[in-house]
Design a protein. Structure first.
Ligand code: ADE
Length: 377
């Protein structure tokens, strides 16, 4: 049986002939071997949505405890929409990609106002919600509502690229179209959600990037890459660009009473809405200390005296790495005002934990707490 394709491509003949026979073994395997994961119970659209947003960019094991805490704190669309963004970011703290939390929060309000509090059972309407791209909208549409839409994450793409030995880097749109067309051809209309999830599961547990466990794969007999003995050659990837590294400074500024200055990043910025010890990227030709004093003036309009180095923290983001140098500082001039940030506050050391901070800034908090009160220069 050949399914109509939205994006016609030439499937290899052997796959075209078997297209209708491939979903069955995959679904049987999934029924037998699927992991027991929290979002696979009590599949309300809200629970599926939260899970799929968290699972974008993040490993299952990392997501599990966050998922439980998030649902505990925000058990419904209404609870999420009515919570302050600050609380949502605090629960998300450490999970990274904080735009996901901001979008989830904004989307919850949109679901309340535009869909009477119910996630829409339509791919196009889901795609209209903040933070739902083709993958997450497809996952929610198919898993929560049984709509016949594909949902390809990196795991699923790897499985399909190997199944048909599809050439080209999956980051390129031509390759994506080929993978999409293949998935659409394979998708069983009566079990689209289980099929999508099974494909993702197969990629995550069997069709691994390195040393795939082909002996456990329900598709090994059909898999072209396996027959060629070239599983690891697919998906093909173009050489990656070197990841840049930046030296970044942060000021742990204390006032005479022992309070510490923290600032909130602008909402539309990277890590938007998160709190931090203010500072910024060192520029070429300046020292770390001079760069920090410059940033404090530019961002907060205050003059600081930069003292001892408190700690240096290394952190890797997706497209760059940083070393974050935290210096003890003291304000010696200027009047605090937010120029490039959303807010700034003097807080007591024991209050720092109430503010959502990125992992790198949390490490500075830990050093401060291990060394007692941040104090004199
Ligand atoms: N990754 C993305 N969606 C997933 C799901 N539903 N189950 C397991 N891993 C996933």
């Amino acid at each position: 049986m050949i399914f109509p394709m939205k994006h016609p491509i030439c499937l290899p003949d052997d796959v075209t002939e078997r297209v209708g026979a491939l979903a069955g073994p995959l679904l049987d395997w999934f029924a037998r071997d699927a992991r027991d994961l929290p979002w696979r119970h009590d599949r309300t659209p809200y629970r599926v949505w939260v899970a799929e947003v968290m699972l974008q960019q993040t490993q299952v094991d990392t997501v599990i405890p966050y998922y439980a805490r998030f649902l505990d704190r925000f058990p419904s669309v209404e609870a999420l929409a009515s919570a302050p963004l600050h609380d949502v970011l605090k629960v998300w703290e450490g999970l990274g990609y904080y735009a996901r939390a901001r979008n989830l929060h904004a989307a919850a309000s949109q679901v309340l106002t535009e869909h009477a509090g119910h996630l829409p059972a339509s791919y196009a309407d889901l795609l209209n919600l903040p933070g739902l791209g083709p993958y997450a909208a497809g996952a929610v549409a198919s898993i929560a509502f049984g709509l016949p839409v594909v949902a390809l994450d990196g795991n699923a793409r790897r499985v399909l690229a190997r199944l048909c030995a599809i050439e080209g880097d999956p980051r390129r749109s031509a390759t994506q179209r080929a993978l999409q067309a293949l998935a659409e051809a394979l998708l069983p209309p009566d079990a689209p959600g289980r099929f999508n999830e099974a494909l993702i599961e197969l990629g995550a547990t069997v069709c691994l990037p390195r040393a795939p466990r082909c002996e456990r794969c329900p598709w090994s007999a059909a898999c072209r890459a396996h027959r060629l003995g070239q599983e690891e050659a697919f998906p093909q990837s173009s050489p990656r660009r070197a990841v840049p590294h930046y030296d970044v400074t942060a000021a742990v500024t204390c006032d005479d009473a022992g309070r510490i200055l923290i600032a909130q990043r602008a909402y539309d910025d990277f890590l938007g809405g998160m709190w931090e010890f203010p500072g910024g990227k060192k520029e070429d030709g300046e020292t770390l200390e001079d760069g920090l004093a410059r940033e404090m003036k530019e961002e907060l309009d205050i003059d600081v005296e930069v003292g001892a180095l408190l700690t240096a923290v290394k952190h890797a983001y997706t497209h760059f790495r940083i070393t974050l140098y935290a210096f003890r500082c003291r304000q010696v001039g200027g009047t605090l005002r937010c120029i490039e940030c959303a807010d700034a506050r003097w807080v007591w050391p024991h209050e720092l934990g109430e503010y959502p901070m990125s992992v790198a800034n949390q490490k500075i908090v830990q050093v401060l707490q291990a060394g007692g009160q941040a104090g004199t220069l």
